[in-house]
Design a protein around this ligand. Sequence first.
Ligand SMILES: *Cc1c(COP(=O)(O)O)cnc(C)c1O
Length: 399
Amino acid sequence: MSNWQELEHKYLMHTVERLPVTLVRGEGARVWDDNGKEYLDFVAGWAVNSLGHCHPAVAEAVTEQVHTLIQTSNQFYTIPQLQLAELLVQNSCLDKVFFCNSGAEATEGAVKLARRYGKLKLNGAYEVITTLNSFHGRTLAMTAATGQPKFQEPYLPLPIGFINVAYNNIEAIKAATTNQTCAVMLEPIQGEGGVNLPGDDYLSAVRAWCDQKGILFILDEIQTGIGRTGTLFAYEQYGIEPDIMALAKGLGSGLPIGAILAKEGASVFAPGEHGSTFGGNPVACAAAYATLKFILDHDIAGNARKVGQYLTTGLQGLKKKFQFITDVRGRGLLVAVELSSEMAPSVVMACLERGLLLNRVKPNALRFMPPLIIGNKEVDRALDILDKVLSSVGKEVVK
Ligand SMILES: *Cc1c(COP(=O)(O)O)cnc(C)c1O
């Protein structure tokens, strides 16, 4: 055990089972550990390093900003925040932005915004309908929004006002809607739940229902947004527009930043009703501006779509070869492989040994979410490692 692992054991709260690797450096889609071993990174900080590690455009923007102005508070205008807000609005269907520091803060803030809307326009309606197997973050309220008992049970009782219903089931949303409902909140594609895709008409049916009832439709695009699924935002592929959208993860390509975006009519916060000390700070906004600008100027979403298709085709090839692969699904560079048994942890460990970082999204499913700047060459290398690992791990399964 390295010294670092001993320090972790001694000083950190044990909230995560870490893999036995200490990463010290990254460049593009590659990272290195403290022994100098190289890995191909198909986790990307949980879909965060959209431009890969230490991308020059991001590194330069951050460096310049930390030498210019790091933090001021939101009592003052700061330029990176305004430039980023303009770029987000110009490239989305939404009109107004609030910046925060993480995904959970963005969804939590989106729910607060929907509750304000409910108070002002819907006779005090406050309930938010969310889906089973969703993931919206780790604050107490977002734990209630996240429809997964394993996250909820340790913290019961949870804040009220959230109703978790089956995903991909418009009738379940209709049945849960009451005169207390102010919003429906969904991930367009469920990420942590296992990369679960919506049925063809699901999101448009939810949109139509929200319109019919006069309630808000919140999309949590924290994982799917910023090019990950092959368009800048996933909603573009489903022919709908949300009233409110939450962003974080890939927005800063590694710097912590979140955002709530809303249509003009849903943008009902008044001064003092919501806030953040660090939200929209110049350094995070400079990183996000550089990230978004690069993604737009170089059609990185298009790259994610093309390379994602290449990855999916390769994984479908492996599915033909290994009968314990039961499903390959995803959009762009957010892809999952479902396995017939709970072998994902051992596949992840064996890939790690061979120099590939992969995520185990469920005990029986792997998730692929590499940087959006990769090409077919990196996919070939990942598929080659995975093929070898599945050949040897697969022998155990068959036994
Ligand atoms: C990761 C994630 C969150 C939470 O983001 P944090 O930055 O960890 O708080 C919320 N929603 C979705 C869809 C996510 O993938």
